[in-house]
Design a protein around this ligand. Structure first.
Ligand code: GDP
Ligand code: MG
Length: 301
């Protein structure tokens, strides 16, 4: 007998929930490295990100979803398409983690509950941000959700502090099907570098411009090449919807774009482990959020 991992378990786990409940924070904490951006602004997660956690006897592949909100509340084609895609993706997963915060269900939560009923997968209700409440067990919240869906488990956590992570992981592993690992154990994400770079640039835009630039930027990394040993040249274009947004991004005598570029470059260098020359351009593409082709451009698939 060899040491074949006969009992290995592996599967896909989708984290869903309305914007800002802490999905990306949980994913980043579990995977232990910054792979998706988090921010206090909702809807900054545009792609499904896989965070991969490999244990001795199990592998969990996490999917982060764009905030699922009521379809009739979103206006643009892209937003609708992303939500539709997020819901479709749920059909292929093994376990769904529905994340909420310790508060009464909103109409968005009810919308998600309705979809859970249709999808019929083992689902966990994860009550996040329990560090913000006094009682350790948010029992009354649990009771408000229990009637709507037969949850496999209800687990209170704090994504920020790591509270109950081992319970959550243990329960997820319990529910995984026997399956060999999907990815080699040194993988933490299967997203290509271009996507990570685009997300890091987007994060800096959010950091420095706050609410001034709404969710109307699209980043395209159109060149990525090693020009010299240890120096990678990256050319990226930030598309905005209006020239006024371009103005904000450029800033007074180009100060803003310089700040964004420098901060992004430092993060990218840290991630790639080499020197980076980041060439950032800003371009106006009127109403890009309403065009179907834009979806292809922001998802490097
Ligand atoms: P997402 O939209 O669901 O992906 O939410 P994010 O992960 O981007 O988090 C939204 C905000 O909630 C951020 O400011 C996080 O720092 C914050 N947050 C996430 N988890 C916790 C938590 O456990 N406790 C507290 N107090 N804040 C949290
Ligand atoms: Mg997110």
């Amino acid at each position: 007998m060899g040491n074949k991992k006969k009992d290995f378990k592996a599967g896909f786990v989708a984290i869903i929930g309305r914007p800002n409940v802490g999905k990306s924070t949980l994913l980043n904490q579990l995977v232990g490295e910054k792979i998706t951006i988090t921010s206090t602004l909702p809807q900054t997660t545009r792609n499904i990100i896989r965070g991969i956690v490999t244990f001795e006897e199990a592998q969990i592949v996490f999917l982060d979803t764009p905030g699922i909100v009521e379809l009739n509340q979103v206006k643009t084609f892209i937003d609708k398409e992303l939500i539709r895609e997020a819901l479709k993706n749920l059909e292929g997963v093994d376990i769904i983690v529905f994340m909420i915060t310790p508060s009464h269900p909103t109409s968005e939560d009810m919308f998600i509950l309705d979809n859970l009923k249709k999808i019929k997968k083992p689902s966990f209700l994860v009550i996040n941000k329990i560090d913000k409440i006094k009682v350790p067990e948010p029992g009354s919240i649990r009771k408000e959700y229990e009637p709507f869906f037969p949850f496999t488990k209800i687990i209170p956590i704090s994504a920020k502090k790591g509270t109950n992570f081992s319970i959550l992981m243990g329960e997820i592993i319990n529910c995984l099907p026997p399956h060999p690992p999907y990815y080699s154990s040194d993988f933490i994400t299967d997203q290509p570098e271009r996507f990570l770079i685009a997300e890091l640039i987007r994060e800096k835009i959010f950091t420095f411009t706050k609410q001034e630039i709404p969710y109307s930027v699209m980043i395209k990394v159109d060149e990525f090449e090693e020009r010299k040993k240890n120096l990678i040249y990256i050319h990226a274009i930030i598309f905005t919807e209006h020239s006024s947004q371009k103005g904000i991004l450029v800033g007074k005598s180009g100060k803003m774009i310089k700040k964004i570029g420098e901060a992004a470059r430092l993060e990218i260098e840290k991630r790639l482990g080499c020197q980076v020359y980041l060439d950032l351009w800003i371009s106006v593409k009127k109403n890009w959020r309403h065009h179907k082709e834009s979806l292809k451009e922001i998802q490097y698939r």
